[in-house]
Structures are given as structure tokens and as C-alpha cells.
Design a protein around this ligand. Structure first.
Ligand code: NAD
Length: 305
């Protein structure tokens, strides 16, 4: 029997703060395949996430035939807008949601994680997942986006992947895998996905190819992206039209089913497994086939006169 076996592997999933998004679904699929999964959580969402976990309010069940419950092996505060401690502005460091926390920049988390893995004897990280994005002006058309809003979207949503591969790469095992999350707006115009977020996803997909080459040569790891269909996650609700987008996809995609976070979780587990050992630099659509359409399906052209 062919099996997707990640037992003995160490995974870090950045961008988990509740049980409704892709990060959580990916984490529970990696756990169901046997990996030990740590997560990175944005400091402003950390309190509510840890409280919800402690109070048993999150769906911790494992998918498929796996038995038992999943829980992160460790939660690291992570703000992927900052690479090093000296890059954190004073007003952020002193903000009440950050005060009392330290070590939440990308380089510091990589360092702590490396030390934690060394301490356990296993030493290396095998799987790195980037499942985060932020665009403060996402509700503005690109045409109405400010320079600072555009650069903030690119910084938090695309450069953060470059920085993470740069800083986590040295602690990753030969044959390790990186996966990030993209969206069709990288390739096609999507009304309502503004604020430079389409630009950030285009950068993310381009960087996936270049990082696949460079990190493949330097660290021996694979780098891929998943271009996911719409999901009404907490982040996506900021777009404002997400529920209508979900219905639109379900009506017009080749497979007329609503995308679930678990569909993406399962594909990510595959991409991070030895089954995908020859896949790198790829952006894989997990969207019920919607990206393949050139015309919407409910057009009058399809009905006979
Ligand atoms: P989500 O809310 O579960 O995940 C986004 C996470 O990013 C949150 O946990 C948030 O706290 C975190 N985050 C925001 N800014 C951060 C920062 N500076 N540092 C660290 N973490 C930060 O929502 P999701 O929709 O599952 O998003 C995950 C990924 O999937 C994102 O890259 C998103 O663009 C992508 N995606 C989402 C959809 C969709 O329709 N939901 C479709 C395609 C791709």
C-alpha cells in the first residue's frame, strides 16, 4: 500500500491563529501523517488563539483515518513583517499586544526553533509552511493604493517567504520542503482583491521558482506554492466579498463543490512528503479546477434557443 508517511519529521507552520484557515488544516494533515508540528502565530492573535486552544474550542480532530487529537507541539509568536529584533519599531515593541513577548521576528524564531530541535536531538526542520498574508489596503482598488499600503502588502505577504527561506533554510534537512499559499489574482485580474495583494501573490509565485533553484542548490530543499480557491477564513473576510466568491466558484468551477480547507491540507501534506520528491518550483492550483476556465459556466451561450 502506498502511504503518505511523515513520521519522525519536524514541521513549522507559520500563520495559524484559529481553526478556520488553511494553516490549521495543513498542520492537522501533517500531524495526521505523523509529523511533529509547531506553529507560528501573529502576536496580536496569540492571546485569543492560546485561550481557544486551552478551552478546547478548536476542532483538534485529525483528518481521515487518523485517530486522536492534534495539538501544536509548540506555539512561537511570529511577526513576519520583521526580520531581526532591531527592525521592530518602538511603537510596535511597546504595543500592549507585543509587550512582554520577545523573539518574534523571523530570524529569532528560526534561531529558537533550531535550538529547540537540537535540544530534542533530531536537530533539523523538515517542513516549512508559509500560510500568512496581510494587505492593509486590500479593499482599495490597486489603482487607489498608496505606496505604503502596496509595500506593506508585499513585505508581509511575499518578502516574508524570502526571509523565511533565507533564515530557516540553514536549519532544514536535505530533502526538506517549503510550501506557501497563493491565489489566482497572481495570474488573472480579480475584482476586489486590491491593495497590492495581487502584486504580492505574483511576487510570491515568481519567488517560488527562483527560491526553488537557489534553495535547492544551497540547502537541498524543495519550494512550492499552492494556489487555493476561495475560503471564508478570518483573513479572507477582510476582502469583503468572500462569501459571494465562494458561491461563484462553486457554480462555475469544473467540480461543483465548495472548497474546504482540508482539500488544501491534504495537497500540502503530499507536497511536503517524499511522494513529491521531484516537485519543486511549482504553483499547484487547488481550486476545483476553476483556474482552467476561460468563460463562466452559467452564461446564456450554453442554453439552446
Ligand atoms: P487565516 O486568517 O487562517 O491565515 C492568515 C494568517 O496570517 C492569520 O493567522 C494571521 O494572524 C496571520 N498573519 C497576518 N499578518 C501576519 C504577520 N505579519 N506575521 C505573521 N502572521 C501574520 O486565513 P487564510 O485565508 O487561511 O490565509 C492563509 C494563506 O492562504 C494566505 O497567504 C492567504 O493569502 C492564502 N489564500 C487564502 C485564500 C482564501 O480565500 N482564504 C485563497 C487563496 C490563498
Amino acid at each position: 500500500m502506498l502511504s503518505l508517511d511523515l513520521s519522525g519529521k519536524n514541521a513549522f507552520v507559520a500563520g495559524v491563529a484559529d481553526d478556520r484557515g488553511f494553516g490549521w488544516a495543513i498542520a492537522r494533515h501533517l500531524a495526521a501523517a505523523g509529523a511533529s508540528v509547531r506553529v507560528g502565530t501573529w502576536p496580536p492573535a496569540l492571546g485569543i488563539f492560546t485561550k481557544s486552544l486551552e478551552r478546547g474550542k478548536l476542532d483538534q480532530s485529525l483528518p481521515g483515518d487518523a485517530e486522536g487529537e492534534w495539538s501544536p507541539a509548540k506555539i512561537y509568536p511570529l511577526d513576519a513583517e520583521y526580520d531581526t529584533a532591531d527592525a521592530v519599531p518602538v511603537d510596535v515593541a511597546e504595543n500592549k499586544r507585543y509587550a512582554g513577548l520577545d523573539g518574534y521576528t523571523i530570524s529569532e524564531v528560526a534561531e529558537q526553533l533550531g535550538a529547540d530541535l537540537q535540544g530534542e536531538g533530531s536537530g533539523k526542520l523538515d517542513i516549512l509552511v508559509h500560510s500568512l498574508a496581510n494587505g492593509p489596503e486590500v479593499q482599495n482598488d490597486l489603482l487607489d493604493t498608496s505606496r505604503s499600503g502596496y509595500l506593506a502588502a508585499i513585505g508581509a505577504s511575499a518578502y516574508s517567504l524570502v526571509s523565511m527561506v533565507q533564515r530557516f533554510g540553514p536549519i532544514m534537512s536535505d530533502g526538506g520542503a517549503v510550501v506557501s499559499l497563493s491565489y489566482l489574482a497572481a495570474e488573472r485580474a480579480i475584482p476586489g482583491y486590491g491593495g497590492g495583494m495581487s502584486s504580492a501573490k505574483a511576487a510570491l509565485e515568481g519567488d517560488t521558482r527562483t527560491l526553488a533553484f537557489e534553495a535547492g542548490r544551497r540547502f537541498g530543499i524543495r519550494v512550492n506554492a499552492i494556489s487555493a480557491g476561495p475560503l471564508a477564513s478570518r483573513a479572507a473576510k477582510a476582502i469583503g466579498t468572500i462569501e459571494r466568491m465562494v458561491d461563484y466558484y462553486a457554480e462555475n468551477a469544473p467540480i461543483q463543490k465548495e472548497l474546504e480547507a482540508d482539500h488544501v491540507g491534504a495537497t500540502a501534506a503530499f507536497l511536503c512528503s517524499p511522494l513529491a520528491a521531484a516537485v519543486s518550483g511549482e504553483t499547484l492550483h487547488v481550486d476545483m479546477g476553476y483556474h482552467a476556465m476561460g468563460m463562466i459556466a452559467d452564461t446564456d451561450l450554453l442554453t439552446e434557443d
